[in-house]
Ligand binder design. Structure first.
Ligand code: URA
Length: 238
């Protein structure tokens, strides 16, 4: 379900503010009935008319991108840097589902379907986000246990659902650790490792829910299949 003014704006008929005016002026009908309430939520199945003309809703689009480094995860950047949306040629108003840092790479979903995005981002969906982190220094069992016991971020204790030391490189004094989390706090993985004394040198998201990077090189993307979209909607009940 989405807000009526957002759906009107997404159809390209008016700006969000103009759409609000059209609603309060009584020029918008939902399923034949005039609606003047701004908070009204509508679904794909609702018939919306503006000035007695049915609006064409934007088709839903879903993408999986292997985000490269040096690209911002937003739709528009005030510093004019390249955004993840610039990497996908579409006229649909897609946006990223959640956020990866400028220097983080890997799995990133993009869509113009608010319900789909909410399912993946809602904490109760318990979606696994699997990251591979290259750490400066070599982490020991003691610090891994410290992480597993939980560290404080933004006044909250957060724990990874899994942590696994994958590789140690004494030559470069670094190691690779796979960590799985459910939340999506700002810079969460970097801050968790920093809290136990290990700065993150490189970070890649290998997986989100059941999406991984199979067959996608850095900067490449693909459309999701209808089956994959349905599977995400299936996560809602869990
Ligand atoms: N955690 C981080 O620290 N950065 C990301 O980009 C994603 C998760």
């Amino acid at each position: 379900m989405e807000r009526l003014q957002k759906v009107i704006a997404q159809a390209g008929i008016a700006s969000r503010r103009k759409a609000e005016e059209l609603i309060t002026e009584g020029k918008v009908k939902v399923n034949g009935i005039v609606v003047t309430e701004l908070g009204t939520k509508v679904s794909d199945k609702d018939r919306i008319e503006v000035n007695n003309e049915i609006i064409e809703k934007e088709k839903k689009e879903y993408y999986l991108l292997n985000k490269p480094r040096g690209v911002v995860t937003t739709t528009q950047d005030d510093k004019n840097r390249k955004t993840v949306v610039d990497l996908i040629p579409t006229s649909a108003r897609i946006y990223p589902v959640g956020r990866l840092d400028y220097d983080t790479t890997g799995v990133l979903l993009l869509t113009n379907d608010g319900d789909f995005a909410n399912i993946l981002m809602h904490p109760t969906s318990n979606v696994d986000k699997v990251y591979m982190a290259k750490l400066e220094g070599i982490i020991k069992g003691e610090q891994i246990n410290q992480l597993k016991d939980g560290v404080e971020l933004d006044g909250e204790i957060v724990k990874p659902s899994r942590v696994k030391l994958k590789k140690v490189d004494p030559k470069s004094n670094s190691c690779m650790v796979q960590i799985t989390i459910h939340e999506g706090k700002n810079h969460q993985v970097k801050r968790m490792f920093e809290a136990v004394g290990f700065p993150v040198a490189k970070l890649k998201r290998e997986k989100e829910a059941f999406f991984d990077l199979k067959d996608l090189q850095s900067g490449e993307f693909r459309k999701l299949t209808p089956k994959e979209v349905a599977k995400v909607y299936g996560l809602k009940q869990k």
